[in-house]
Design a protein around this ligand. Structure first.
Ligand SMILES: [Zn+2]
Ligand SMILES: [Zn+2]
Length: 873
């Protein structure tokens, strides 16, 4: 073993080894219990970012943990065609060549897309491999694969024939730049300063007017009514009258509708169904017409006003405000800060426009999707997302699934010359009704989320009754980012229930979002983006994984912190060196060979350190097993780190070094077990390192994935040993400080300081403690009687008092001052506990809380008495 752990060589070697072993390959015919995960398919054109890396760690840890626990694990990888994103990239490429998709035509465009997919297919999947992901690579899926496309068409056709998909004009978020409808969830709301215009609408048949406040005077030409709250006395006299639309002089009705908020603006709302989703609903309720004055490319359609016609929206607004001002219809304007929807792909301001689109009628799908979460069949981690999910699912409106793109899954609907419209799975040549071969296909493509909603069952071979589907559906866990809770998670639940007949997964993990080191969202323009592969190159994929695991579930926003990744790289090296130390015990001259297997010795008459370490070790197994089961990856990493570094290395190995060198079988066996168990527990998170550690031991299997998960050994549980070692550690720490306070340098003092011990409380009762202290501190113990100790500087630890002989006198004043400060603190703490226990807390709080406070009081009182005694107050 080299003196320093080298992640690069190890990771390369073990990636190859895992492929040879087909580690991730799942066998649907195995008798083991099943555990499965559908990898959220990253965009095919993308490259791995920190969010993907974090998500890969979560999923890979769970897969390895379950493999080690004897499950048949299936983790299906794949990619998404990402219609809008990919089309944007290719369009930019074409523009760079001075061309466009219209110029090259649909067929050439499709070829170009295929070539693009071939180039990028698998790039991101390769990057996931680099992170150590143990997917079943033989089952990689792509949402454009023919089999996948069949699933999409099958689902579409079924929903269409069940009347749950329809085509019709409705208002959508329209991106005038992408020339496509955008789903509600893809709208980016940004705060913006605009103007609120107060515009008067005069009564047509007499005196009176209604004032309306609007941010969009350019849409007045499409107004079809003014609405006021029902029964509002401010407008009572005007009801039944018509109003004059102030730009073109059309007559429009004054109506009452409960959707109008009397406190907002002037309490009166102009109704423009063609350009506002809310108004569209109101107009629909009152049977009002829909007028459109903005085109699909975001320009005004106003042939009656030649200087307005064709203007973009922003100058059109200026034009309308000017005209209203000139005619006296504009009362005033004032600045307003409000949220404006932008396209999350291209950043353009979205226009609510009425277009003919395809829709999914969601009510029938949403109800069962809410029920399975209410009943607990699907659980969210962290649990706060349950409410968000339910609120959203309960408020769902019909889902617009058509996009006016070239790239994507064509809507599988055709119409014949005789106007028969039908959905299909295989591209048809004739109309199934009249046999006409004159067919026109729908030009739109499907929303990408429609295809990804089918992912968990589509990748397992549905609609065929495949062994994979029978064995691995429902999947066990879905791990993803919170930003697609609605876009994706809820829709998978709806489709899974409807078509596969069961929930698509039992547990949903929404992992943390990684922010830049500066605490802001990572973005290219801020320059705070971190490339995970660069981190893996610098510190090893394992160190990045360990950091990812430690932040995955802690808080929902985790700042990037390179120093912590570095910390885990050092931890890897620390473990490496502990195993190396054990090797050197067996092969002091550096001979080749494996750390030999040894049968478990009879663990009788163990000394304190041994009993303590075994007790800590079995506690660690329990803690880490629970942490993985509860998706608390950070707790698992922390517990392993603390044990390996601060218990095994800092204390146990220090105390048993000589026994190891002398070949003490018990110490060797315990050290070997502790190191192997640590490596085993850490394997799901740092798999490369732990493989490299495992292969140093005789009898290790081909991969640590095949090592059984460690059992909890309750017979090793030893609270007394833990308490005694706890006091000993405490005592050692204080003794070191004390000696430092007295100016006795550690490690430099050639001679040992004689210490007198008296009043040996239970802390020091363990025979080993004084011997251990002598090992770890430059002291020598002298048994003393109380009389010997007078005038000497005391040290009070736990329940024991120790006095320093010889050098003490000079420094004792300084020490006494320190102790009396400690005494003050302790008295205050004790009296606060007394007050608390005299209050209603003692009767109303849970019994175990009260008991804990009582034992804290007892301990504080004991220590206080000891200190008082030592200070002779
Ligand atoms: Zn756009
Ligand atoms: Zn027909």
């Amino acid at each position: 073993m080299k003196a320093v752990y080298e992640p690069e060589e190890t990771e390369r070697r073990w990636r190859r080894r895992w492929e040879e072993l087909e580690l991730g390959r799942a066998d649907p015919s195995s008798a083991k219990p099943a555990f499965s995960i559908a990898l959220p398919p990253p965009n095919i054109t993308g490259s791995l970012h920190l969010g993907h890396a974090l998500n890969a760690v979560v999923q890979d840890s769970l897969c390895r943990f379950h493999r080690m626990r004897g499950f048949e694990v299936l983790w299906v990888p794949g990619t998404d065609h990402a219609a809008i994103a990919t089309q944007n990239v290719i369009e930019r490429q074409l523009a760079g060549e001075g061309s466009s998709k219209e110029a090259i035509g649909r067929q050439a465009f499709d070829l170009r897309v295929d070539a693009w997919y071939r180039t990028y297919q698998g790039r991101i999947v390769e990057q996931l491999r680099r992170m150590g992901a143990s997917c079943d690579w033989s089952r990689e899926r792509f949402t454009m694969d023919p089999a996948y496309v069949r699933v999409i068409r099958t689902v579409f056709k079924a929903l269409y024939e069940q009347g749950l998909i329809y085509r019709g004009p409705r208002i959508v978020n329209w991106c005038p730049r992408c020339h496509s409808a955008i789903s509600d969830e893809e709208v980016q709301y940004e705060e913006q300063i605009d103007k609120f215009y107060y515009v008067r609408y005069r009564r047509a048949d007499g005196p009176g007017e209604v004032v309306v406040a609007t941010t969009r005077p350019e849409t007045i030409l499409a107004d079809v009514a003014v609405a006021v709250p029902p029964g509002d006395p401010r407008f009572r006299d005007l009801l039944g009258s018509e109003l004059i639309e102030p730009l073109s002089g059309r007559l429009i009705p004054l109506i009452e509708d409960q959707a109008v908020d009397p406190k907002l603006g002037t309490g009166a709302l102009k109704i423009t169904p063609g350009h506002s989703a809310e108004d569209f609903e109101i107009g629909h309720r009152h049977g009002l017409p829909v007028l459109t004055v903005i085109s699909l490319d975001g320009h005004m359609i106003a042939p009656d006003f030649p200087d307005l016609d064709g203007l973009a929206v922003a100058p059109a607004r200026e034009w309308a405000a000017g005209r209203l001002r000139d005619s006296g219809a504009l009362l005033s304007d004032e600045p307003i800060v409000h949220q404006v929807g932008h396209c999350d792909r291209c950043g353009a301001i979205l226009e609510p426009l009425v277009t003919s689109q395809w829709w999914v009628r969601v009510t029938e799908l949403a109800e069962p999707a809410a029920e399975v979460v209410e009943s607990g069949a699907i659980k969210f981690h962290p649990p706060q997302y349950r409410e968000q999910y339910l609120t959203w699912v309960h408020g769902l409106r019909d889902w617009c699934i058509s996009r006016q793109l070239w790239l994507g899954h064509r809507i599988p609907v055709s119409t014949c010359a005789n106007q028969h419209t039908f959905a299909w799975v295989e591209e048809p040549e004739r109309c199934p009704v009249c046999e006409s071969s004159e067919l026109s296909h729908d030009p739109d493509v499907l929303d990408t989320w429609f295809s990804s909603a089918l992912w968990p069952f589509a990748i397992l071979g549905w609609p065929e009754e495949t062994p994979e589907l029978a064995r691995f559906y429902p999947t066990s866990v879905l791990s993803t980012g919170r930003d697609i809770l609605r876009l994706w998670v809820a829709r998978m639940v709806m489709m899974g229930l409807r078509f596969a007949g069961e929930v698509p997964f039992a547990d949903v993990i929404l992992h943390a979002t990684i922010l830049g080191a500066d605490g802001a969202r990572m973005s290219k323009s801020r320059g705070n983006v971190v490339d995970p592969l660069e981190m893996a190159d610098r510190y090893g994929a394992d160190a990045l994984r360990a950091w990812g695991a430690s932040v995955a579930m802690g808080t929902q926003d985790a700042r990037f912190d390179e120093s912590r990744i570095d910390g885990f790289a050092k931890f890897a090296n620390k473990l490496w060196n502990m195993v190396r130390l054990l090797r050197l015990v067996h092969f002091p001259a550096g001979q080749p060979g494996l750390i030999p297997k040894a049968p478990e010795p009879v663990l009788r008459e163990l000394e304190l350190a041994d009993r303590w370490l075994l007790s800590r070790l079995t506690g660690l197994v329990e803690k880490v097993s629970r942490a993985f089961s509860e998706f608390e990856f950070g707790a698992a990493v922390d517990a392993i780190y603390q044990f390996a570094w601060h218990e095994l290395a800092d204390w146990y190995l220090e105390l048993v070094k000589e026994r190891l060198e002398a070949g003490d079988e018990v110490a060797l066996w315990i050290t070997r077990s502790a190191l192997l168990t640590t490596a085993t527990l850490l394997h799901p998170i740092m798999p490369f390192l732990t493989e490299a550690l495992g292969e140093q031991f005789e009898g290790a299997p081909a991969s640590m994935d095949q090592v059984g998960w460690p059992e909890v050994r309750s017979e090793w549980d030893d609270p007394a040993a833990e308490a005694a070692m706890g006091s000993f550690q405490d005592l050692t720490g204080q003794l070191r400080h004390w000696l430092q306070d007295l100016g006795i340098q550690f490690g430099r003092s050639a001679s040992r300081v004689p210490l007198l011990v008296s009043s040996t409380g239970s802390d020091l009762a363990q025979p080993e403690v004084l011997r251990y202290l002598e090992r770890l501190a430059p002291v020598q113990w002298v048994e003393a009687t109380v009389g010997d100790l007078e005038g000497m500087a005391p040290l009070v630890v736990g329940q024991s008092a120790i006095r320093l002989a010889a050098t003490a006198a000079a420094q004792s004043q300084q020490l006494k001052a320190k102790m009396s400060r400690e005494l003050d603190r302790l008295s205050a703490f004790r009296s606060s506990l007394e007050t608390k226990l005299a209050s209603p807390f003692a009767t109303s709080a849970p019994a175990e809380l009260v008991a804990r406070e009582r034992s804290r009081l007892e301990e504080a009182s004991r220590r206080e008495a000891l200190l008082r005694d030592a200070l002779e107050i």
